[in-house]
Design a protein around this ligand. Structure first.
Ligand code: AMP
Length: 615
């Protein structure tokens, strides 16, 4: 038997949720649905976002209400417009096979007259943000005297945003004997207080330990020097070619700066912050959902309630001021049973904050190392190879060009052709990253609480050898022995003096004594391999991966300006490149220009910020 039927949900609802892919109830659904279906309890559920709590209260509501009647019977209050729309749309989907269910979304920043019209037509479920709800109540445009159930979703967020008084006023228009169901990701004392105030002897359900983050989230932190932050961030992004992430900044200005720099560097990114108009926000969110944006750069307030599945990474570009916000940020990934990574990029002084968050979440964070330039290059190469391997070929369209293409490659071996395709984009990475510096900041030993110590040893090492880069590797047919022979022949140094040789794909490293470096360099002057110039460089020589990339001595921006470096290599595929670039720039520009709009929720949040727990 379908497990939702076993929980007491009727067939027509089960059929609808089966279509949504709900095969088994999530833990919170399993435990709360039987309790809520009785309709006789107040209820407190401590649950993170993404645990399936919308269905946990939505399905019981659909069972309990009388849809022959057309007056409001359930009121769901939630902190943001995003969440409001999400809950409304979810409930409508669950009720797809139920003919008379009417759900209205009531939220600010959209036409109130449309919402009033819907209410007048008759609704049983009202999903609302507190500000607009109160507005409609004050206009005497809704009657809550027959409301049997009130849901307070993300109660902690509503309190954080300063909605306490609005909630009081709204609830005072509902009957005394209604049942109140409260859901919250955290249980600070303010939430405890409202639970006490509005409920009698509630049934309490805690999913996992209090304040524990989602188990499917891995937490990592990177320690860098403040001046390397942007370069380190980019490196992390480049090391994760399939990233679909939300990047959190502390201020609106920071989100704009980062988004603009990323756009300039050719990433599909945009910012989301409180000064955008609702229309601009919707546009950004639409592009993010559709994945034409790979990185969403957001403030805490703007990102609240964002429910996008498949977010792979949350990146704390700046740590939040309050610990609770870390939970909310990281909760944007690992939704619906998936896994996700929450990354914090910090300087050495912020290690204490990480320890505090670890303590609060009861979870150990992993100290990670910023990947080297070559790690990135290798990762990108194989991502490219993987992409080529999996690309869908449009047989019909390409058919006509095949004879000419075959002509072009006539006489080349399969291996040659593969090498050329791979090198096409790969060379750009190689150029950009070949001398990329180590961006990990040295950490004060006394502060270290992990035992890796590896990088520390490396930076502290005083070597008599110099590591050299050569632009030849296994794809050119070199093994370690071959390369040793080639180096010795070309530069006339003894094989015995050569240290470690590390043969990679299209490049390699080898170590020579410091006093042999010049000899090797001059030996290779003018050398070519099969018609290709052979380059020898000292590995780790100061490349600046400076902000925006434009001042990097090694990075040659392809003609045509910003946005093109990543073409094929870094950029996500799809869409008209030029159009995409124009749109990206346009959005960022308009975001910057429109600073007059006041985000009511953001304002409230800022007003009350001091009350929150700070580091
Ligand atoms: P929520 O916590 O309600 O925001 O839900 C998070 C995500 O999980 C949403 O995308 C839901 O569609 C999905 N979801 C909820 N319940 C289930 C379930 N039983 N099986 C699979 N997915 C679910």
């Amino acid at each position: 038997m379908n497990p939702f039927i076993q929980l007491g949900i009727r067939h027509d609802i089960v059929n609808a949720i089966s279509e949504l892919g709900f095969e088994n109830p999530t833990p919170i659904q399993e435990q709360s649905i039987p309790v809520l279906l009785t309709g006789s309890n107040d209820f407190v559920g401590l649950a993170q976002t993404g645990t399936g709590k919308t269905a946990a209260f939505g399905l019981p509501l659909l069972e309990l209400l009388d849809f022959e009647e057309k007056h409001p019977q359930a009121l769901i209050l939630c902190p943001t417009r995003e969440l409001c729309l999400q809950i409304t749309s979810d409930i409508k989907k669950y009720a797809k096979n139920m003919p008379n269910v009417h759900v209205v979304a009531v939220y600010g920043g959209a036409s109130i007259s449309d919402q009033l019209r819907e209410i007048r037509r008759g609704v049983q479920i009202v999903v609302a943000t507190p500000g607009r709800m109160l507005d409609i109540i004050n206009r005497k445009a809704i009657d809550f005297t027959q409301v049997g159930f009130v849901v307070l979703d993300e109660a902690d967020e509503m309190l954080n945003m300063g909605f306490q008084e609005d909630i009081d006023s709204i609830l005072s228009t509902t009957p005394e004997d209604k049942k109140t169901w409260l859901f919250s990701a955290t249980m600070p004392s303010e939430v405890r207080r409202i639970a006490k105030k509005y409920m009698t002897d509630p049934y309490e359900l805690t999913m996992g330990t209090k304040n524990t983050g989602n188990e499917n989230i891995e937490h990592e932190y990177y320690i860098i020097r403040a001046r390397d932050k942007y370069a380190a961030f980019k490196r992390i992004v480049d090391f994760n070619p399939e990233i679909f992430g939300i990047v959190f900044c502390r201020t609106k200005i920071e989100t704009q700066d980062i988004a603009e720099a990323l756009i300039k560097d050719g990433y599909n990114a945009d910012s989301l912050h409180g000064d955008l108009s609702q229309q601009q926000r919707d546009k950004v969110m639409k592009r993010y959902r559709e994945r034409s944006l790979q990185l969403l750069i957001a403030t805490d307030v703007a990102a609240r309630g964002i429910d996008v599945n498949d977010v792979t990474h949350v990146i704390n570009y700046s740590l939040p001021d309050e610990i609770e916000n870390y939970t909310h940020r990281s909760g944007r990934t690992a939704r619906a049973g998936k896994t996700g990574i929450s990354i914090s990029i910090i300087n050495g002084k912020e290690l204490g904050k990480i320890r505090q968050i670890e303590k609060t979440l009861g979870k150990r964070f992993v100290k990670a190392e910023i990947p080297t330039g070559f790690d990135v290059v290798e990762k990108q190469l194989f991502a490219l190879v993987h992409k080529v391997h999996n690309v869908e070929v449009n047989e019909q369209q390409i058919e006509q060009y095949i004879p000419r293409i075959m002509d072009e490659f006539n006489g080349m071996t399969k291996e040659d052709i593969i090498k050329r395709f791979a090198s096409l984009e790969f060379n750009r990475f190689l150029d950009y990253y070949k001398n990329a510096p180590d961006l990990n900041a040295p950490v004060d030993e006394s502060r270290r609480s992990d035992s890796t110590g590896e990088r520390f040893a490396r930076t502290g090492m005083k070597s008599e050898f110099t590591r050299l880069f050569i632009n030849l590797g296994s794809v050119d047919g070199f093994s370690r022995g071959d390369l040793l022979g080639y180096i010795c022949n070309t530069s006339k140094i003894s094989g015995r003096t050569v240290g470690k040789i590390d043969v990679k794909g299209v490049y390699s490293f080898f170590e020579v004594p410091n006093d042999e470096v010049e000899k090797v360099q001059s030996g290779f002057k003018g050398a070519d391999f099969q018609g290709r110039e052979v380059r020898i460089e000292i590995s780790g020589e100061g490349t600046s991966e400076s902000r925006g990339g434009s001042s990097s001595s090694n990075y040659r921006r392809p003609e045509g300006g910003g946005g093109e470096r990543r073409e094929g290599g870094f950029r996500r595929e799809g869409g008209n490149r030029e159009g995409g670039a124009r749109e990206r720039t346009g959005t960022a520009g308009s975001a910057g220009a429109n600073t007059g709009f006041r985000d009511f929720s953001g304002k409230r949040r800022e007003d009350r910020g001091e009350r929150r727990r700070r580091f």
